[in-house]
Design a protein around this ligand. Structure first.
Ligand SMILES: [Zn+2]
Length: 158
């Protein structure tokens, strides 16, 4: 059943993709983050604040990275995401941007996703100085502890 939900997640409405791109531009050169509840035409975007810089300032040992290269959801959005997973309209995609480094699923992304264990796909947005180059959607491989690309979205001059 969760397989069907995830399959739907690849059909992200263009308006939602564009809104995610605008979010990536607004936080550039820092990473943006958020998630999508529901799927298809029912998809609802939840733009989150990237708390990474705040956590880094308070506890740099635990949070060595700044928001330029990492993202962390705050407690309110973490609870909203977790609650959605038990609801009729679960989160289907967690997204974040990669300023200037390309839309690959990094070792840190893999570690964080495996640690969270959420049944969602992960959208990574390639945000450059003058454009959004593309966004790639990743899904955990059925058996390997690795994430594979399942969809690609064209970029935009944003
Ligand atoms: Zn990343």
């Amino acid at each position: 059943m969760s397989g069907e939900t995830s399959e739907d997640a690849t059909r992200l409405p263009a308006a939602v993709v564009q809104a995610i791109y605008r979010h990536a531009r607004a936080t550039f050169p820092n990473e943006c983050c958020g998630f999508v509840i529901g799927s298809g035409e029912d998809a609802q975007l939840i733009e989150c604040e990237n708390m990474q810089d705040r956590y880094h300032a308070v506890d740099p040992a635990t949070y060595p990275r700044t928001a330029a290269t990492a993202y962390t959801f705050g407690g309110k959005h973490l609870r909203m995401l977790a609650d959605s997973l038990d609801s009729d309209r679960p989160a289907t995609i967690v997204y974040h941007s990669h300023p200037r480094v390309g839309a690959y699923f990094s070792a840190e992304d893999t570690r964080a996703a495996l640690s969270a264990g959420w049944p969602v796909d992960y959208l990574v947005v390639d945000c450059q100085d003058d454009e959004i180059r593309e966004a790639l959607l990743f899904r955990k491989h059925a058996t390997d502890p690795a994430f594979v690309e399942i969809a690609r979205f064209d970029g935009a001059k944003i």
